[in-house]
Design a protein around this ligand. Structure first.
Ligand code: NAD
Ligand code: TDX
Length: 361
């Protein structure tokens, strides 16, 4: 492989990371070193199609392991680090924030330290092209009212969950490494993703699988919270655009201008399941909807103003919500083996405890 062209991806066995690795190898062809500690959310099956692809080098390890990461950087000399690794589920951050501080804050700090030391050893020519791209979220901006303008890159940070606070902290560290040490960083803040390989603790895959099986569909609060949905491959193309043409030290908001209330998303999924997997015993899936106790600190609305990345970098999403959600439902129905594999005993314990606590309000 051409070492010079490789990139180091962290968290590449997770939902967005694996979609990124798969599309990167299709679009660019240059090698990927994929560092992932394989938490409950990391799944090597997401990358099964790459088992015999010499351009994909999987490394099982933690981003906070400086010796391991430093060794990988010096061995492969990647032209970029694309940092996805994180704890990503808001409900889990409410029950147990520790892992979020460890990976999202301390882990990102460790990775920055290792990257900074490596960057200092590069030739001037290599320094020119090196990039550290930090993948973050719109949740750092907090919550919008119904008439507020969408989040722009200038919106003040106001994180409301331990998850959002840990991501906000990591964004600030990344920013500081640019201004203080001159590390060539880029940050992206993206809205809610959906699509293949998403772990079924998140709203969309959870609702698809529960409605397929005729189980209750737990909608938090009044179901009127709004999220701005983006198909995962559009997030990946945006990251490639920022990596390729983004201005150093800048942040780019990414979103699909697809605001939907949760209840809208859930009824859409119900109707798609009724159409694609009709069942006489289950009947109309909308009857499975069950309003449950709200998430504490539940942000009311997220919306992304993506004008900067569109105007500066010419990025546009390719998928609309209606076609993307249909593709996603079809993908889950066609990948029962993947589904069975990710739903271990630990999965059932999390989903059942979370549900039981919410209905016992
Ligand atoms: P995910 O939970 O599906 O995947 C996270 C991956 O990181 C897993 O493979 C896990 O094993 C790995 N990981 C966790 N801790 C690690 C550590 N200490 N060292 C190495 N690897 C570790 O998450 P996702 O939904 O794919 O999100 C990826 C990134 O994108 C995160 O940084 C998240 O904050 C961000 N993001 C997600 C969304 C979304 O809607 N899912 C939206 C915007 C931004
Ligand atoms: O069972 C559920 N019922 C329900 O009503 C679940 C799991 C969620 N919800 C609601 C809560 C939210 O309003 O649906 C909405 C979406 O919930 P999640 O899928 O948990 O996503 P969210 O909290 O919006 O965060 C996501 O988007 C931003 C990702 O998990 C983050 O990693 C990303 O940064």
């Amino acid at each position: 492989t051409n070492k010079k062209d490789s990139i180091l991806v962290t968290g590449g066995a997770g939902f967005i990371g694996s979609n990124f690795v798969l599309t990167w190898l299709k679009e660019s062809g240059s090698p990927v070193i994929n560092l992932d500690s394989l938490t409950y959310a990391g799944n090597r099956n997401n990358l099964k199609s790459l088992d015999r692809d010499p351009r994909h080098i999987f490394v099982h390890g933690d981003i906070a392991d400086n010796a391991l990461v430093g060794g990988l950087l010096r061995e492969h000399r990647p032209k970029a680090i694309v940092h996805f690794a994180a704890e990503s589920h808001v409900d889990r951050s409410i029950v147990g924030p520790d892992a979020f501080i460890q990976t999202n804050v301390f882990g990102t700090f460790s990775l920055l330290q290792t990257a900074r030391a490596f960057y200092a050893e590069l030739s001037e020519e290599e320094q020119e092209t090196f990039r550290f791209l930090h993948v973050s979220t719109d949740e750092v901006y907090g919550s919008l009212g119904p008439d507020d303008p969408a989040f722009s890159e200038a919106t003040a940070y106001a994180p409301n969950s331990p998850y959002a606070a840990s991501k906000a902290a990591s964004d600030h560290l990344v920013r500081a490494y640019f201004h203080t040490y001159g590390l060539p960083v880029l940050t992206t803040n993206c809205s809610n993703n959906y699509g293949p390989y998403q772990f079924p603790e998140k709203l969309i895959p959870l609702m698809i699988l529960n409605s397929f099986e005729g189980k209750p569909l737990p909608v938090y609060g009044d179901g009127k919270n709004v999220r701005d949905w983006l198909f995962v491959e559009d997030h990946c193309s945006a990251i490639r655009a920022v990596l390729d043409r983004g201005r150093l030290g800048e942040t780019y908001n990414i979103g699909g201008s697809s605001e939907r209330t949760n209840i809208d998303v859930v009824t859409t999924i119900c109707d798609l399941l009724d159409e694609l997997a009709p069942s006489k015993t289950i009947g109309s899936r909308r009857n499975l909807i069950s309003y449950v106790k709200d998430r504490p600190g539940h942000d009311r609305r997220y919306a992304i103003d993506a004008r900067k990345i569109k105007q500066e970098l010419g990025w546009e999403p390719a998928e609309r919500f209606e076609s993307g959600i249909r593709k996603t439902v079809e993908w889950y129905l066609a990948h029962q083996e993947w589904v069975e594999n990710v739903r271990s005993g630990a999965y059932h314990r999390w989903i059942e405890t979370n549900y039981a606590e919410r209905v016992a309000q």
